[in-house]
Write a protein that binds this ligand. Structure first.
Ligand code: GLN
Length: 249
């Protein structure tokens, strides 16, 4: 079995080591004997064939970087839309998540056009100091189970009109200041403000994505071999205990 991954603009959209998410997918797949091929696309490269991939990844970026990427990515709107419709998995972090919505209005009121694939839109506060920054915990439904997802958010952008969020906020801000919800979740799309990198802190989510991609590709039920996640689980528990206890006191 193998996984084919496309990283979009990894040299531009890699805030807080977002590309590490793909390293985690690779590591966890290889441990199970699943081969992994990772291709990158960035400005001036040959156009990628989106339909060849099982997973497409886009990380976060500053406003300046988002502006550059927005101008280029728009030429792939049709391929991206169609590849989402046929079930290819998309993982989008922060600035990448924002770019899949209608638009992003930055702190200087410039409009950066989004791909307009989803109905949400993002507006930044004009006060550059007003940002959602810090640890965040959300409760998400992954394969009908509740999963606490831990990460770190740092965004000025406030995202409105998300119809199917990734999770309920237990600690932190979410899609806007003090929002009840965070991110976007469709069957084969996760958009989120959680950096971290997200998947090193939440191995369950990494496995969900690997499993989804393999089941779609091979059209059969996949059971992933359990890995020794003792260290990851302990580290996560430590943070969850600390954050969720603080929020209650
Ligand atoms: N520039 C965007 C914002 O500040 C996204 C930042 C990010 O990707 N962390 O909201």
């Amino acid at each position: 079995m193998n996984l084919n991954i496309l990283c979009l603009y990894p040299n531009i959209m890699d805030l807080y080591g977002d590309n590490g998410n793909i390293e985690i997918i690779k590591y966890r797949a290889l441990k199970r004997g699943i081969e992994v091929n990772i291709d990158a696309y960035t400005i001036n490269d040959e156009d990628p064939d989106f339909y060849n991939y099982d997973l497409v990844f886009l990380g976060g970026g500053s406003d300046k970087e988002q502006k550059v990427v927005a101008k280029d990515i728009i030429k792939f709107k049709k391929q991206i839309e169609r590849s989402i419709n046929i079930g290819i998995f998309y993982l989008l972090i922060c600035g990448g998540f924002q770019l899949f919505g209608k638009y992003y209005k930055d702190s200087e009121n410039n409009i950066i056009e989004g791909l307009n694939i989803f109905n949400y839109y993002t507006e930044s506060s004009t006060n550059k100091k007003e940002r959602c920054i810090g640890n965040i915990v959300i409760k998400s439904q992954i394969e009908n189970n509740n999963l606490e997802i831990l990460g770190f958010e740092n965004h000025g952008g406030q995202t409105y009109n998300v119809d199917t969020p990734l999770g309920e906020v237990l600690y932190g801000n979410g899609n806007t200041f003090k929002n009840k919800f965070e991110g976007l979740k469709k069957e084969n799309v996760i958009g989120t403000y959680l950096h971290g990198p997200l998947l090193s802190k939440n191995p369950e989510l990494a496995d969900y994505i690997i499993k989804y991609c393999l089941e779609r590709k091979y059209n059969k039920k996949i059971t992933l071999k359990k890995l020794d996640d003792e260290f990851e689980i302990k580290a996560k528990k430590e943070m969850l205990d600390k954050l969720l206890t603080t929020s209650k006191s």
